[in-house]
Design a binder for this molecule. Structure first.
Ligand code: PLP
Length: 367
């Protein structure tokens, strides 16, 4: 602890007012981790093989990215993206978190507005605050947490925000928005950069990429990540897909080697094994059906829409259930303090046997 009384220089005023964004990430290794919507069984065996073959020469030199954008394009075309996508329409980032950060950095000036919904992914807010932007977060509607489309349309027209952030499906409510509605929003607001965070689209099939024409709507930007379905969360690699001009601007505020070589090697292997990801997604969807049936039979209040997660309202206070499950080696994510979902927890959906373990423990600990 430094206590010499000499105060370090102040950061920018927006940063001085900022609280560090911290997720509770320690001590999770041997647990059943249903708290961060990660892949619960790990990546394709091809990824492990690629990492085993990683040489000391590759460790000693700065990362090289040749061919990775093309591999992303091939994978996106294989999974339904509109034909014609080029490699200069893909940006590489140290996880989508870094892409979010870069978008705010490149596009958000102090005093400008960002339009989004509430509750949604937690990292948008500190990025907006870091830039000194004003946040307009419109609540989801009703018990079904419906997307507030009319209010978003009205706000887009009345205020011309600099950014509109759409998390689809939304984390944590799972709310789905039809791709056509997103494309209409982007077409109606050419001065607003419309960012579609599609981290969980594999579980819904609601991607805008099959229909997106970035020449007609250059203000549309889409995020994809290898963290959740491909199982590379620790390696930190995500993509932004959009108009080459937008990818260029976002790349200008990104360091030259932000994505490391291990992530690059793993990404090539993961992108080449789409059938592994498809099989994992299919298992999660089966596990979701099983879990919903079990919760319904037990009369537990819950909400599930898109994504590999659902919300559960326990009978006891969330903190009590959270601690009890943790005692059994099972992690869930409390939604305490979040608007509209305070009092419940989010549980990620893994395999059927993992969900059987969760449901058995939950029903026993919160009878
Ligand atoms: C909606 C959403 N966007 C972005 C991220 C960050 O993803 P990445 O691991 O690619 O940084 C997450 C992670 O939880 C998320 O839920």
């Amino acid at each position: 602890m430094i206590s010499d009384g000499i105060v370090p220089p102040a950061a920018r005023s927006a940063v001085e007012q900022l609280q560090a964004y911290s997720a509770p990430l320690e001590g999770r290794r041997s647990m059943l981790r249903l708290d961060f919507n990660e892949n619960t069984i790990g990546p394709s065996p091809l990824v492990a093989e690629a990492l085993r073959g990683f040489s000391t020469e590759e460790i000693a030199i700065y990362p090289e990215y040749d061919g990775l954008r093309d591999a992303v394009v091939r994978n996106l075309l294989e999974t339904g993206c509109r034909p014609g996508l080029q490699s200069d329409q893909v940006g590489l980032f140290n996880g989508v978190d870094a892409a979010i950060h870069a978008v705010f950095h490149a596009y958000g000036d102090a005093g400008e507005r960002v339009l989004t919904t509430s509750p949604t992914f937690g990292y948008y807010t500190p990025c907006a605050r870091m830039q000194g932007m004003t946040i307009d977060a419109i609540p989801y509607e009703g018990e079904a947490f419906t997307y507030p489309l009319a209010a978003i349309q009205a706000s887009l027209q009345e205020t011309t925000p600099r950014l509109l952030l759409i998390c689809n499906p939304n984390n944590p409510t799972g709310t789905r928005l039809a791709p056509e509605a997103i494309l209409d929003l982007a077409a109606s607001a050419p001065q607003t950069l419309v960012v579609v965070d599609e981290l969980y689209e594999a579980f819904t099939g609601d991607s805008v990429l099959p229909a997106a024409d970035f020449s007609a709507t250059p203000n549309l930007l889409v995020f994809r990540s290898l963290s959740k379905t491909a199982g590379l969360a620790a390696l930190r690699i995500g993509f932004a897909i959009g108009h080459p001009g937008v990818i260029d601007r976002v790349g200008r505020v990104t360091g030259p080697y932000e994505v490391n070589s291990v992530a690059v090697a793993a990404a090539f292997a993961a992108l080449a094994d789409q059938s592994y990801v498809d099989a994992y997604v299919a298992e999660v969807l089966r596990a979701r059906d099983w879990t919903l049936q079990a919760l319904r039979s037990a009369g537990i209040r819950h909400h599930c829409d898109g994504g590999n997660y659902l919300l559960v309202w326990p009978k006891q206070p969330v903190a009590v259930v959270d601690a009890a499950l943790r005692g059994e080696g099972i992690l869930i994510r409390s939604m305490a303090g979040k608007p509209l979902v305070d009092g419940c927890f989010r549980v990620s959906i893994g395999t059927t046997s993992q969900m059987q373990r969760f449901v058995e423990a939950f029903l026993r600990l919160d009878p």
